[in-house]
Design a protein around this ligand. Structure first.
Ligand code: SF4
Ligand code: SF4
Length: 279
């Protein structure tokens, strides 16, 4: 079963859920945990990983031969990212904006554009030294405009496992959609605030659009704020768990400790999530 853990924004508890979920499920299943939050991967902090494989992810970006260019501007018109501009004096590529889609090369009427390789980041893989968890993560180079290609390359490394868990990037943009592609289930992590509900609705729209089954984990649960439960009821979404606001969780999280290893009550709480997701 392939499961993505996502949240509308960062800091909601997505990594807390994906790492502890993977930990609990690994006691009786084979698990691959991939950190797709390539701009800021931090799932690895909670494990003791022996990395055995690492590969650079590259893309092709355009190079303009200004001796051949006729300054027609077709490349600039075709680039939806504003990464190439045609001036009467020459055509310029802004590498930091370029997504490497190749469109400008295709539309150039005089073949003035060739391509060169550029590093986007790395993907690496290993195993936890003490747990039966295979781990993968992508690390996007600083300044790169999009992590989609790195996530795509990372996801080419799924192995035969009972569960594949993806820690998604925050938000609801292209990297999240790429992470969600081909998933069987999405765990939507939110918190008991109006902002949490706002972001949850956006995340839910994306998974709904992609026809992926989902459930909600409410982190830092506040029983006085009922709007999320009402939203779940109205949209027929399972509430998988309510994780209380607990200072012990914050302390252990900041120490890089899995709460499911430290506290039996949280091990049981995550066992419940596993049962509900796998039912
Ligand atoms: S490769 Fe794509 S993103 Fe890059 S400059 Fe050309 S059209 Fe724009
Ligand atoms: S499409 Fe080709 S010829 Fe036209 S401006 Fe761009 S690089 Fe120059």
């Amino acid at each position: 079963m392939k499961i993505a853990v996502l949240s509308g924004k960062g800091g909601t508890g997505k990594t807390l859920v994906s790492t502890n979920f993977s930990n609990v499920i690994s006691k009786s299943n084979t698990v691959q945990l991939f950190d797709c939050d390539v701009e800021e991967p931090n799932s690895h902090i909670f494990f003791d990983i022996n990395y055995t494989k690492e590969r650079e992810v590259k893309t092709l970006i355009p190079v303009v031969n200004n001796d051949v260019c006729i300054h027609c501007g077709k490349c600039a018109q075709s680039c939806q990212f504003g990464a190439i501009s045609a001036f009467p004096t020459g055509t310029v590529v802004f590498e930091s904006l370029c997504h490497g889609c190749g469109t400008c090369k295709d539309v150039c009427p005089v073949n003035a554009i060739t391509e060169k390789e550029k590093s986007m980041g790395i993907i690496r893989f290993g195993k936890d030294k003490n747990k039966d968890i295979s781990f993968g993560e992508g690390i996007l180079n600083i300044g790169e405009p999009s992590g989609v290609r790195v996530i795509r390359e990372l996801k080419l490394n799924f192995e035969k496992s009972d569960f594949i868990i993806l820690d998604s990037p925050p938000g609801a943009s292209c990297p999240v959609v790429e992470t969600l592609r081909d998933m069987d289930y999405a765990i939507l992590v939110t918190e008991s605030t109006p902002f949490g509900l706002h972001d949850l609705k956006i995340a839910h729209e994306v998974v709904n659009e992609m026809k992926i089954k989902c459930g909600i984990v409410i982190n830092r649960y506040d029983e006085k704020f009922k709007d999320i439960e009402e939203f779940a009821l109205k949209n027929n979404i399972d509430i998988l768990a309510k994780i209380p606001f607990d200072r012990q969780i914050a302390v252990e999280y900041s120490n890089g400790t899995l709460i499911t290893d430290k506290f039996p009550k949280y091990h049981s709480l995550f066992e419940d999530i596993v049962k509900k997701v796998a039912k």
